[in-house]
Design a protein around this ligand. Sequence first.
Ligand code: GDP
Length: 200
Amino acid sequence: EKGRLLFAGETTFLKGVVAMDGLPPADRLEVCFAGRSNVGKSSLINALTGRKGLARASNTPGRTQEINFFTAGELYVVDLPGYGFANAPVAVVAKWQALLKNYLQGRPTLRRVFVLIDARHGAKAVDEEIMTLLDRAAVTFQVVMTKVDKVKGDALDASMAATRAAMAKHPAAYPELILTSSEKGEGIAALRAVIASIEA
Ligand code: GDP
């Protein structure tokens, strides 16, 4: 079973990529994680793989514009840089957007992108920009809400509703929304099962 390999503690950092010619050969399926800075992406990847500190590299200054590849059994796990660059220079943003677009459109083995949305905030304009890129690249994406332990009741219902409304506008969106808390472990098994079920 594919998914078992992914979380058996054999996930290792492969490389950070800054240009298309640095991509590893497309010799296995890959899943990718995207989200605004601070959405909880590193925490989620660490919870999924059971390796604390694994995704930390992508948060260190200088690595933030890299697409980080991890080898995880039969899969590549890909950590995209956090977006929502309030302070980044225009040229940096433009370079990153071009790389992202080229990567998404040119990666035949990319099976799914998980778009992470903070449960307290719901989908924002920058999240929808990524969703639009994914529509254009015809890459299926699935929305994962993070930090659900931080929000309850009506507030969670409201951010879920807003997120579902955003998903409904995007043809590449996989209809199932996954709720997670890396802190409490909620939804981690469900997300592993989704990854395990992804087919060649
Ligand atoms: P990244 O920038 O998207 O990689 O985000 P991080 O994984 O570094 O998390 C950003 C902050 O949110 C950190 O302070 C984490 O401890 C916190 N965080 C991440 N996931 C959760 C969660 O599920 N619940 C709570 N309460 N906090 C979380």
